[in-house]
Every structure is written in C-alpha cells, then in structure tokens.
Design a protein around this ligand. Structure first.
Ligand SMILES: NC(=O)C1=CN([C@@H]2O[C@H](COP(=O)(O)OP(=O)(O)OC[C@H]3O[C@@H](n4cnc5c(N)ncnc54)[C@H](O)[C@@H]3O)[C@@H](O)[C@H]2O)C=CC1
Ligand SMILES: O=C([O-])CC(=O)C(=O)O
Length: 321
C-alpha cells in the first residue's frame, strides 16, 4: 500500500511540530509548504535527519510552490500569523483572511480530495472562509480547536483531582474564543460527571469555576508566557489526532469546528461541536442535550463567531455569495 501524503501548509512553530509528530507516528510522507521556502526546506531536512535516530520511515520535503502538494490525502493549515501579548485572536482576521484565500486556491487546484484541518486563527471564521475559498465539500474541511480546549480542561482537572489524565474525559463546545463553553455536565473524572465530583466534595465549586475560566483563557495564558508567539505543541498534537482518525478510519469522536446545517440551531457556520471523524471526513455531528444555561453560553459564543464571519464577508464580499 502506497504511503499517504500529508501536506502541511505553514511550516512555522505548529507546522514543524506537526511534521515531527506525523513522522514519528508514520502517518505518511510529509510535504512542508511555506512562503518562507527556506524554513520549509530546512525543517523538513532537520526532521528527516531525526528519522535516522527515531527510526521512522517517512519522506520529508520542503517547498514554496503549491504543485508539490498535488494529490495530498490530508492538508493541515497553519499558514498566517499568530497573536502577540495584548492582541486577541480576532485581531488576526484581516491578515489571515488573505492567507486563507491563497491557501484555499492552492488546495482547490492541487489537493481537491484532501481532508483539510485548519488551525489558523481566528479559527472558526478562518475555517469557514477556507472552505468557501477552496470549494471542497464541507464535511472534508474542519477546524482544530476543541481538541486543544478540551485537553486544557482535562489537564487542569487531572491536576486538581490527582486522577490520571487518561481517566478524564473533558468536552468543550462553541467557538475558539474566551467565551467557549467548557461542558461541566458532560465531562467526567473517572467516569463521574463533574457536578457529582463537586457534590461529593472531591473538588470544590470555586476551584471548578477557576478551572473553567482558566480553560477559556488557556491560549492567552501561553501567549503571555511566551511573549513572542502562541502555543504550538498541544495544538499540533490535537490536529494530528484528527488527521489520524481520518487516515486510519478510527471514527473517533472529537470536538472540532464543523460546518453546521441546523444542528444546535446553527446554519452556514463553523462552530465547535463533537464530530465523528472517519475515512470520509466528518461522518456525524453529535448533538449534546443542552440545558438552558448551556444553551445561553453556546448562543453567546456562536454570536461572537457570527460577528467574525460577517467581518470576513465585508472584507471579501465574494464570500457572502
Ligand atoms: N486553532 C487553534 O487552536 C490554534 C491556532 N493557532 C494559530 O495557528 C497559526 C499558526 O501558528 P504558529 O505556527 O505558531 O505561527 P508561526 O508564525 O510560527 O507560523 C506560521 C507560518 O505561516 C507562514 N505563512 C504566512 N503567510 C503564509 C502564506 N500566505 N502562505 C504560506 N505560509 C504562510 C509563515 O511564514 C510562518 O512560517 C496562527 O494563526 C495561530 O494563531 C495557534 C495555536 C492554536
Ligand atoms: O491563543 C492563541 O492565540 C493561540 C490559540 O488559539 C490557543 O493556544 O488556543
């Protein structure tokens, strides 16, 4: 069986980590693309040299031309700019929208059958625009944020309860902004829902509230610490989990920004919800039953995403068609 081809569009901090993880996991041969061609070529060569030490079989190459991604099975998009301290993700919209236009055209021409995972921020609006610019079916274009947000939620819960991270199942819904919705009722520690964990005195309510708040602002916490960029290890690991579920038809249920056609009462927008990812892409959108307060928080988050999508349509009127 021929190896799969994985195109990484953007070879910066996340792109480099994606290439290393995809190599170590032997997901396929890897093409790293970047407008800074030397960065793509240099990182590809560096990681290829690591394959001799780590003992993985994967061909790595770097490029500055879209022809090289021809026939890719998976494209993971990180092209664009990250935020700096003092900025919000939304401040990146204007510049990264232009990047999505170029990337969408490249994927449309050379990798129209790929499963596309967008990471570029502001995520929910950028994945929406990338799907439109590329013209690929909406069930083959998803955004990565929920896996990352819920992995932050899980880590903080593991630390607070002293339970292995493997036995924590945490969920978040909504857009990838500070008003995302950590799903307290649906998240579990050792199989026990968080509300019950609090009732039994294992975790107190104030601590849980602080964890929810820290999860919502998890990206900003790292931006402030790094000082010159944003998180990249966990974002890369998160996107690789999504790509792997597609490539191996694992049918994992993962939170992702997916195109909604009425689910959760939302239409023609990408918002974070649990999805089943298999060999045809997004095979199912899972609908949690939301109570009134969850619905209100979700609606607030969706309204923020809608504001960003409307801003995209103003900048690029063709997207409104
Ligand atoms: N969805 C999520 O959960 C997360 C999203 N992000 C976002 O991911 C994006 C990438 O982050 P990093 O890798 O840390 O940034 P980075 O700056 O290290 O890498 C971005 C790369 O994109 C390249 N690039 C810029 N314009 C391009 C174009 N037109 N075509 C091709 N390549 C282009 C740059 O040369 C650079 O190498 C940022 O927008 C960041 O905000 C970051 C973390 C989590
Ligand atoms: O916060 C940022 O700018 C990067 C990001 O989306 C995250 O780490 O969640």
């Amino acid at each position: 069986m021929a190896r799969k081809k994985i195109a990484l569009i953007g070879s910066g901090q996340i792109g480099g980590t994606l290439a290393l993880l995809a190599g170590i996991k032997e997901l396929g041969d890897i093409v790293m693309f970047d407008i800074a061609e030397g960065t793509a070529k240099g990182k590809a060569l560096d990681i290829a040299q690591a394959s001799a030490v780590e003992g993985f079989d994967a061909k790595l190459s770097g490029t500055g031309t879209y022809e090289a991604i021809e026939g890719a099975d998976v494209c993971i998009v990180t092209a664009g700019v990250p935020r700096k301290p003092g900025m919000s993700r939304d401040d990146l919209l204007g510049i990264n929208l232009k990047v999505m236009e170029q990337v969408g055209a490249g994927i449309k021409k050379y990798a129209p059958n790929a499963f596309v995972v967008c990471i570029t921020n502001p995520l929910d609006a950028m994945v929406w625009a990338l799907q439109k610019f590329s013209g690929l079916p909406a069930d083959k274009v998803v955004g990565m944020a929920g896996v990352l947000d819920s992995s932050r939620f899980a880590l903080f819960l593991a630390e607070a309860t002293g339970v292995s991270i493997e036995d924590i199942h945490a969920w978040t819904l909504g857009g990838h902004g500070d008003d995302m919705v950590p799903m307290v009722r649906h998240s579990t520690v050792g199989g026990v829902p968080l509300n019950q964990v609090v009732k039994s005195g294992w975790l107190n309510q104030d601590k849980l509230d602080a964890i929810v708040e820290r999860t919502r602002k998890g990206g900003g916490e790292i931006v402030a610490l790094l000082g010159n960029g944003s998180a990249f290890y966990a974002p890369a690991a998160s996107a690789i989990a999504m790509a792997e579920s597609y490539l191996k038809d694992k049918k994992r249920v993962l939170p992702a920004a997916a195109y909604l056609t009425g689910q959760y009462g939302v239409k023609d927008m990408y918002v974070g919800v649990p999805v089943l990812i298999g060999s045809t892409g997004v095979e199912k959108i899972i609908e949690f039953d939301l109570d009134k307060s969850e619905q209100d928080m979700f609606a607030k988050s969706v309204a923020s995403v809608k504001g960003l999508v409307d801003a995209c349509k103003t900048i690029a009127p063709d997207l409104a068609k």
